[in-house]
Every structure is written in structure tokens, then in C-alpha cells.
Design a protein around this ligand. Structure first.
Ligand SMILES: Cc1ncc(C[n+]2csc(CCOP(=O)(O)OP(=O)(O)O)c2C)c(N)n1
Ligand SMILES: [Mg+2]
Length: 888
């Protein structure tokens, strides 16, 4: 038997040795599965006897795949080593040269140095660019390893030396290379934004699940396609990295492979100086049901293990903490001899014939192509669940004095000496001075290494990464398709949330695009009244429904199906964003224009998962985010942690997000219909954030000629009943009703005429105005253009009172174009538990406050008597001395 067990020191050695000998014999004679049965039976017996065995999630600190089970390496190792050296040189040289040229421009060397072999084995033997006519594997690269990915693309002839010269110089020269993987900046190259730690692991898990969803729904054909996520060991501290592991095993995602680059370091220092990150991750992943493959030791160690008859070496391997393991790399061979082998005299003997240099060169698993190849092969062949490969590497591998040092992450420029040593060791045929300057090196096209590299990629279907967007073949349903939502509710009290559900139901029924719709909900379907949708299209359940739901006799029962359409995510907004991202980028990744509608509690959207939304935008994601239970005063009763008055502020920060705050269902239908047209037919890279509220009121039918205004952000909804208006009232969402009520109060009680406008998007209005203003600034000799907000308000006189269920800064976005006219009422401050009437009074966004604000303004302008205005405050119940809600 080749794996020796470390001898437990505290037990009777002879007795243990006898048991082990007998066990070894059983393994040799009857095989591993019999042996496993025996251990299982013994452990059961022990439990029956009341013996509490500790739960062990860790296996011995050795490679999961024993040497005798390894398959020989299929490639030309010498050529592959040469290619890897060339990639490493060019990656290093690029960053080095750029920092010489432009000190402080940044870039990273050490992450890729530790990852190089892990990536190269993948590129040469595993990463499929295509499977027949289907798209191939997806690879989530560690963001900080991007120099290595560029350097390989350079050897492949996909990017030029000019690109390398423009690394992190995206603005001054063309073509530029972006710092990290950003599809927004390099849309033909990068597929997945990964550099914000934790985003790649969670997105990879949900991507793997979404791939199965598409397969189970017969939208794509099943292929052996894999999702590879290269993750930093430090990165695993992010909750997003580890928070969804059980989904992957529950869903049996054997299309998913994580490779954790266990260089034991993060930015500041060791990941677990006082512990063992590989063991910690092994336990966590195994506990979560993953197949774990540890790749700790390289071939050199196999020889030592084979020569160690006592098992003491294996015991010694387990003993150190990671901070000490780092010392072994930094301090070199003599230190390894003394501190590692020297702990036990028997081990010193084991390496007596090896020089200090040879000890320092003892290779670790993550730098050994044979070990990596075997791990990848097992991972690819593994059935029934996801695999994680924990690969032990050295941060800054091969960078001489920078290797494994705490500061290595930030290393950008190398010393002349380091460069010279590296150049000589890997034999880069360029003059010494060129090497010092960080010149790249590209071997001739017909050199064996370039021919080999290209041939390997040809066999695997092409170059990676590569992002493609197919020609558009999409037609949205015409607006008339939504005739029911457009027709109004005939007096029935309906909320915009109910209206949205109705629109979604219509969309799901559409003969062509119905199947492309992906409703995503984090356990809020009932909150939004979506039970009918569950009945209509079912919840996706990869195993089908294994039980008879208790409510099956009811019309709207909880229906789960293997080809169900709804992604009911449970309580994970981050996970739902993972699905939203997979679905919203499917038009490119799977070449099918899936249209996600992710409905969530608006408070738990942008502020909870804002960084995932930002990455979604970077990935050129499309789709609709629906912030439900919107509005700080419209969501009654729930209080401070639930009442959202600021998601529209946050959504305005994302450049490709179009934010809307509709009051009526027809507005919503217009926005969604046009959104599908722009995103999927016109191919625009944008997505939508739409608020939806739970206050019911009669929904009017769509008036004539308001479509453009709805989409641009504002239209006059109800003109003053008699005479010309001297005040303009802006309202959004349900607060539009307060504006309408204020219009009545002003006319009836105070003889003041007001127009009421529905403002569907302050943000769209602002963006258009900014763009127009910029054009005017830059084209000074040409006639000035007018922003839409000004043309729309042509002839509308008097002050503007804008009331919103969101913060005042939302309407204030228009202040530059409405000088001296704009008075904003909004919901700044923390929410409270109470009903709408009290909430709106508290936040001063009720009709009375709107009317009072109008009178106050008119009085200040000399167009209304001050004493009458003061009296009006009393009549309207507006307390001038009450506390400012912004501070309450
Ligand atoms: C969310 C987030 N926080 C912080 C950073 C800054 N940062 C970049 S790399 C890094 C350390 C990465 O360590 P590890 O994941 O172990 O990767 P390695 O470079 O060691 O392979 C940090 C903290 C970031 N990119 N994203
Ligand atoms: Mg690390």
C-alpha cells in the first residue's frame, strides 16, 4: 500500500501497527471498496456502542490522487514548459515595462506567477473553446492574473506588441488593454468580470445552474461543457465565495470546477498564518458536498514519500501552520533542512544526499503539470456534483527574492538582477538591455513552441477567452399585445405590482418570446402576488417534484417541474443576481436572448447586492430588475429596515441602468415593451430598474400621445381644470395620486390652478439634459439644442413642486435646468412603522404638504398673500414646527 498513515502518538504503537498491517493486507488483497465497507461497518459499530467518533472532514495532508493512480502526461512537457516560460516572461515584462514608463500605473505579477501552470495545463489540454457547433467552456480567470492571459494571447497572435505597450493605457493609445477582465472595455475578449473578490465564485455557481436550466428546458443542447472558476485562497474569505456552495452540490452541478490557487497569501500577508487554509477549505467544501481534490505535493515529493518507510514524513507534512510554510519558501534550502526535515533525525537522513538547492527546488503540486493534469482529468470525469481542486502554489513563483514574501502581491517592477536571472534561466533570446527594459519576446511563427501552442488550441476549438455576440434575430411583441394593461383597471384598485404580474403573465404566454422569459424571485412571490405565475409556468426543479404538494387540490398550488420556468431562489438576493447575470448575458454566452425579470424587495437590491449589479453592467447584462414594495411611505407598517427611499439614487449610479418610477400600469407596459426592443432588437447594452408599489388604486387607460414622454421621463398627465396653471406639480409612483389630490385642493380651496405631470424617470431626463448640455458646450458655433425637460415644459409657468416617495435628491437631479423653480418633497430620513397616511404626513409628501409647498412658494414670489398661506397651513394640518423627517 503506498499511502502510509501518520502514526498516532498517543496510542499503543504496536497494537495500532498490527491493526494497520491487517488493514493494509485487506486493501492489497481485496481492494479499496471492501476496505471502505469495513471501515464504514466499524464506524457504525462504534456508534452503536456509544463511542463518539469525531466528525472528520479532512483527509491526510497529501494529494488526493495517489501517485500510482496517475496517468502519464499526454503532452510534450518540454515544449509546454517552454511555452509557459514565454508567457511568464511576456506577462512580467509587460507589467515591468509599463511601470518603468509610467511609475505607479500598477499591474500584478505575483498572482499569475503562482497560477501559470494551472492555467497552462488547462489551455493545452482542457479548456474547450467550442463543442462542435456549440459554445465551449466558460473560464472565470482570477482578475489579478490578467497579465498572463494577455501574454498568452500575444503568443497566440491574437493581440499585438502594441497592445502590450498599451496595458493600463486605455485612454491615450489604441488599442488598449484593460487592467482586469472587463467585457465592457474589451467586448471581444473578456466574458466575465471577476476582479471584485467573491463575484466570480458565486456567479460561476449560478452560471452552472443556469446552464442546466437551459438544458432541462430544451433551450440549449446538452454538451460536456464545463465552467472553470479560478479563485484566490484569500478570495474565499468573501461571503459571496462560500455562501452558495451547497446549491452546487444540491443541484449536482458536475459541470462546475473550482480551482483554488492556494498560494497561502493574500494582499497583506498569509491567508491563515496560524492555520491551514487548504485543510480549512477541504472541510468546508467536503461539508458542502463537493468532490475535493487536493494537489499539494509535486513529483519530487513522491520520491521522498516512497523512501520514507515509517510514515513520519506524512506526519511532518501536517504539522506546520501556513505562516511557517511560507518561511520554507522565503528562507530557502538550508532552512528547509533545519526547520522542516531537522525536526526528526530520521527525516534528516532521508534528505542527506540532497543539496540545499535541491531541497529548495522540491516542487509543490500546483506547479507540477502531471499532478494538475490528473486532477483536471478527474474533475472533468467526475459525475454527480461539483469539484474543487485545492492546488498548493507559491505566490510570485520564480521571481527570486519576491517569492512568497508578504509584499509580493504589490510587486510591479523587478530588479535588474531578477530579470536577468529569469531571462537566463528560461533562455529568452533578447539582449540584456532589452530584458532590463521589459521587452516582450515573440518566437517566429514556425518555431516549435508557437506551432505546438496553436495546434493545441486548434484541437480544443479555438482561442480563449473570447466573447461573441451573434447577429440579432429578435422581435418584441408590439405595444398592442399589452392591450389589457394599457386599458386600465375599470375602476378596480390595482397596484403597479399587480400590473407587472399581469404583464409578465402575458409575456410568458407569447408564442415566440414566452419561453425566453426568466422570472427570478428570492422568496417573495407571494408578496408580489405571483402565485398565478407559479401555476402557469412552474418553478424550475432539476429533480422534478418528488412529493405531492399539500395544496395540489388548489388552483394555485406550489408547482415544481424539471422544465419549470421560474427560478425561485430562496432567500438570497446575491444568488438571484447570479441567476440574473447568467440569464442577462445568455444572449452572448449561450447565443440565446434570455430575458430575465428579477423581482425583489427594493430595499434589498442595490444597497445589498450593488457590486454584483455593477459587475452585471460590466458584463453588458440585459434584463429587468423590479424593485417591489417600493417607496418609503407606500410600504406601510414595515419600518426602517424595509422602507426604501433611495434605491433610485443608487440605481442612477450605474451607467447602463435605465431607472423608472412609474405610477400607472400602462406606463410600465410601455417601458417594458420598449426595453425589450432596445436591448434585444436594437442590441443596446443596457438594463432596466423599475420600481413597483403595493398600493392599489384605479389604473387609468393610457392617454393619447404620451408614449414618448413616458420613455423620456415626463409628460403632462392632467392639465388644470380651468384656466391657465400658475403652478406645476410633479409626481411619481403612487405619490402622483397625492399630486392629483393637491391639484384639487389648490383649485377648490385656494383658487390656484395647477398642472400635474407624471415623472417616470428623473434619471433619464437628467442624462439626456447632460448629454445635450455637453453637446452645446463642445459645439459653441452651432445653434443651441434644448434638453427634453425644457421643451416638454414649454409654456408651463410658475414654480414646480416635485413630490416623490424617494429622496429629494431624485427630483433634484433636474435642478440645473429649472433654476429657481424647483421645490422638492421627498422621503429623506429613516422609515417608520405606520400606515401610509401617517407616513406621508411625517415625510411631508401627502397632498396637503404638496399644496402647502405650492402656496408657500407662490407667497414667497409675491403671487399669493403671505397671511393666507400661513392660515392655509393650519387648514391643511401642516405643522410648521414639527421635526424635520430627514433627521427624525
Ligand atoms: C471585493 C474586493 N476587495 C478587495 C480587493 C483588493 N484585492 C485585490 S487582490 C487581493 C488579494 C487577493 O488574494 P488571493 O485571493 O489570495 O489571490 P492571489 O493573488 O493570492 O492569488 C485584494 C485584497 C478586491 N479586488 N476586491
Ligand atoms: Mg492567495
Amino acid at each position: 500500500m503506498s499511502i502510509k498513515l501518520a502514526v498516532p502518538a498517543e496510542t499503543d504503537f504496536e497494537e495500532v501497527a498490527e491493526w494497520i498491517e491487517a488493514f493494509d493486507q485487506l486493501v492489497d488483497e481485496e481492494g479499496t471498496s471492501r476496505a471502505a465497507n469495513l471501515v464504514e461497518a466499524l464506524s457504525r459499530r462504534a456508534q452503536e456502542a456509544g463511542i463518539h467518533l469525531p466528525v472528520r472532514l479532512n483527509t491526510p495532508f497529501v494529494n488526493t490522487i495517489p501517485a500510482q493512480e496517475e496517468e502519464p502526461y499526454p503532452g510534450d512537457r518540454q515544449l509546454e514548459r517552454r511555452i509557459k516560460s514565454l508567457v511568464r516572461w511576456n506577462a512580467m515584462a509587460m507589467v515591468h515595462r509599463q511601470n518603468k514608463k509610467d511609475a505607479g500605473i500598477g499591474g500584478h505579477i505575483s498572482t499569475y506567477s503562482s497560477l501559470a501552470t494551472l492555467l497552462e495545463v488547462g489551455f493545452n489540454h482542457f479548456f474547450h473553446a467550442t463543442y462542435g457547433d456549440q459554445p465551449g467552456d466558460f473560464i472565470y480567470f482570477q482578475g489579478h492574473a490578467s497579465p498572463g492571459v494577455y501574454a498568452r494571447a500575444f503568443l497566440e497572435g491574437r493581440i499585438t506588441e502594441q497592445h502590450l505597450q498599451n496595458f493600463r493605457h486605455e485612454l491615450r493609445d489604441r488599442p488598449g488593454l484593460s487592467s482586469y477582465p472587463h467585457p465592457w472595455l474589451m467586448p471581444d475578449f473578456w466574458q466575465f468580470p471577476t476582479v471584485s473578490m467573491g463575484i466570480s465564485p458565486i456567479n460561476a455557481i449560478y452560471q452552472a445552474r443556469f446552464m442546466r436550466y437551459l438544458e432541462n428546458r430544451d433551450i440549449i443542447v446538452e454538451t460536456p461543457r464545463k465552467i472553470w472558476a479560478f479563485v484566490g485562497d484569500g478570495e474565499t474569505d468573501e461571503p459571496e465565495s462560500m455562501g452558495s456552495l451547497t446549491l452546487a452540490s444540491r443541484e449536482k452541478l458536475d459541470n462546475l470546477i473550482f480551482v483554488v490557487n492556494c498560494n497561502l497569501q493574500r494582499l497583506d500577508g498569509p491567508v491563515r498564518g496560524n492555520g491551514n487554509i487548504i485543510n480549512e477549505l477541504e472541510a468546508a467544501f467536503r461539508g458542502a458536498g463537493w468532490n475535493v481534490i487536493k494537489v499539494i505535493w509535486g513529483e519530487d515529493w513522491d520520491h521522498l514519500i516512497a523512501r520514507d518507510k515509517s510514515g513520519l514524513l506524512l506526519k511532518r507534512m501536517e504539522e506546520d501552520v501556513d505562516g511557517e510554510r511560507q518561511n520554507f519558501i522565503v528562507k530557502g534550502g538550508a532552512y528547509i533542512r533545519k526547520a522542516f526535515f531537522g525536526k526528526y533525525p530520521e527525516l534528516l537522513k532521508l534528505v542527506a544526499d540532497m543539496s540545499d538547492d535541491a531541497l529548495a527546488r522540491l516542487r509543490l503540486g500546483g506547479h507540477d503539470p502531471l499532478k494538475i493534469f490528473n486532477a483536471y482529468k478527474r474533475a472533468v470525469e467526475y459525475k454527480g456534483g461539483p469539484t474543487v481542486i485545492l492546488a498548493r502554489t507559491v505566490k510570485g513563483y520564480g521571481l527570486g527574492s519576491a517569492e512568497a514574501r508578504n509584499a509580493t502581491h504589490q510587486e510591479k517592477k523587478l530588479s535588474d538582477e531578477t530579470l536577468a536571472v529569469f531571462r537566463a534561466r528560461v533562455d529568452i533570446p533578447i539582449p540584456e538591455q532589452a530584458a532590463h527594459d521589459g521587452a516582450p519576446y515573440l518566437p517566429p511563427e514556425d518555431s516549435p513552441e508557437i506551432a505546438y501552442l496553436k495546434e493545441r488550441r486548434r484541437q480544443l476549438g479555438g482561442y480563449m477567452p473570447s466573447r461573441k455576440v451573434p447577429a440579432v434575430d429578435f422581435e418584441p411583441p408590439p405595444l398592442e399585445y399589452f392591450s389589457e394593461p394599457l386599458a386600465g383597471s375599470k375602476g378596480r384598485a390595482v397596484s403597479t405590482t399587480m400590473g407587472f404580474v399581469n404583464i409578465l403573465r402575458h409575456l410568458l404566454k407569447h408564442p415566440k418570446i414566452g419561453r425566453l422569459i426568466v422570472p427570478i424571485i428570492p422568496d417573495e412571490a407571494r408578496t408580489f402576488g405571483m402565485e398565478s405565475i407559479i401555476r402557469q409556468v412552474g418553478i424550475y426543479a432539476s429533480q422534478g417534484q418528488l412529493y405531492r404538494p399539500h395544496d395540489q387540490d388548489m388552483l394555485l398550488y406550489y408547482r415544481e417541474e424539471k422544465d419549470g420556468q421560474i427560478l425561485e431562489e430562496g432567500i438570497t438576493e446575491a444568488g438571484s443576481m447570479g441567476s440574473f447575470t447568467a440569464a442577462g448575458t445568455a444572449y452572448s454566452n449561450y447565443q440565446v436572448p434570455m430575458i430575465p425579470f428579477f423581482s425583489y424587495y427594493s430595499m434589498f437590491g442595490f444597497q445589498r447586492v450593488g457590486d454584483l449589479i455593477w459587475a452585471f453592467a460590466d458584463a453588458r447584462g440585459k434584463g429587468f430588475l423590479l424593485g417591489g414594495t417600493a417607496g418609503r411611505t407606500t410600504l406601510a407598517g414595515e419600518g426602517l429596515q424595509h422602507q426604501d427611499g433611495h434605491s433610485l439614487v443608487l440605481s442612477s449610479t450605474v451607467p447602463t441602468c435605465a431607472s423608472y418610477d412609474p405610477a400607472f400600469v400602462y406606463e410600465m407596459a410601455v417601458i417594458i415593451q420598449d426595453g425589450m426592443r432596445r436591448m434585444y432588437q436594437q442590441g443596446e447594452d443596457l438594463f432596466y430598474y423599475i420600481t413597483m408599489y403595493n398600493e392599489g388604486y384605479a389604473m387609468p387607460s393610457m392617454p393619447e400621445n404620451c408614449r414618448e414622454g413616458i420613455l423620456r421621463g415626463l409628460y403632462k398627465y392632467q392639465a388644470a381644470a380651468s384656466g391657465k396653471a400658475s403652478v406645476q406639480l410633479f409626481g411619481s409612483g403612487p405619490i402622483l395620486n397625492e399630486a392629483l389630490r393637491a391639484q384639487g385642493i389648490l383649485a377648490q380651496k385656494f383658487g390656484v390652478q395647477a398642472d400635474v405631470w407624471s415623472v417616470t424617470s428623473y434619471n433619464q431626463l437628467r442624462r439626456e439634459a447632460l448629454a445635450t448640455e455637453r453637446w452645446n458646450r463642445l459645439h459653441v458655433s452651432e445653434p443651441e439644442k434644448r434638453p427634453y425637460i425644457l421643451t416638454a415644459l414649454e409654456g408651463a409657468e410658475g414654480p414646480i413642486i416635485a413630490a416623490t416617495d424617494y429622496m429629494k435628491v431624485v427630483p433634484d437631479q433636474l435642478a440645473p435646468w429649472l433654476p429657481g423653480r424647483l421645490v422638492t418633497l421627498g422621503t429623506d430620513g429613516f422609515g417608520r412603522s405606520d400606515n401610509r397616511e401617517f407616513l406621508r404626513r411625517h415625510f411631508e409628501v401627502n397632498a396637503e404638504s404638496i399644496a402647502a409647498a405650492a402656496l408657500s412658494r407662490l407667497a414667497r414670489e409675491g403671487n399669493f398673500k403671505v397671511s393666507r398661506a400661513q392660515k392655509a397651513f393650519e387648514e391643511l394640518g401642516v405643522n410648521a414646527e414639527k421635526m424635520d423627517p430627514a433627521k427624525a
